[in-house]
Design a protein around this ligand. Sequence first.
Ligand code: MLT
Length: 236
Amino acid sequence: MKQIDVCLTPDLLQLHKIENTIVVVADVFRATSCMVTAFAYGVNSIIPVATVEECRQWQERGYLAAAERNARKVEGFELDNSPFTYMDEQIRGADVAMTTTNGTLAITKSRGAVKVLVGSFLNLDAIARFLHSERYDVLVLCAGWKGRVNLEDTLFAGALVDRLKDNYAMAEDSAIMAWRLYVQGKDNLTSYLANSSHIRRLQRLGIQKDIPYCLQHDLYDVVPVLRGNSLVSMTV
Ligand code: MLT
C-alpha cells in the first residue's frame, strides 16, 4: 500500500527522503491558495523563488513579479499574494515570478522530489484525484511560518490524508495528528482556526476577506506542478 506522511514545517524536511515521493506543498494562508487561484484565472506559469532578489531579477527579464514578506507586498513589485489580485483579466496568459515568506521557500526546498504539487483547500479534490492514479508515496509539506508549525497547513495535510486514507497508509504520527485535527475541526474550520497565529497577523493588517476564501474546499480543478523552474497547471 502507498504511504502518506506529513512534514509539519520545512525545517523538518531534512528528516524525510523525498527522491521517490510526490511532495504536496501547502501554504493555505496564502501562497498556495493564491497560486491555485492564479492558475484557475488563466495565469500561464509561476516561477517560485526563495528570495526577493531573485524575484527582482525575473522582473528585470520582463516577468510580472509578486513579492510578499510578513504578509505585506514588497515595494517595487506589481503583485502581492492575495488570491483576489489574480482574479483579473490582465494576468490571463501571464508568466509570473513569485516570492513569499514561507510558501515559495517550501516549494524550492522540495525540488528533489519525483513531483512537486501545489495544494490548498481550493484544489483539494483535484490533488486527491491526481494522486489516486500515481504509484508513489506522498509527503505533504506544510509551509508553516518561519520554521514554526501552523494550524492551517496542518489542517490541509489532515484533509488530504482524509481524502486518501482508503488507499494510503498513514506513515507516521504527524499524519495521524494532522488527520485527527482535521476531523475535529472540519465542520467549522473558521471557528477552529480562530485565534491562530497567521489569522491574527492577517487581521492586524486588515486582510480579512482572504481568510474565508482560502478555507473553501474544492473550488478549482487545477493541479499546479513544478516543471523545471516553473509551476504549470494540469487540469484533472
Ligand atoms: C507565506 O508565503 O508565508 C504567506 O503567503 C504569507 C501571507 O499570507 O502573505
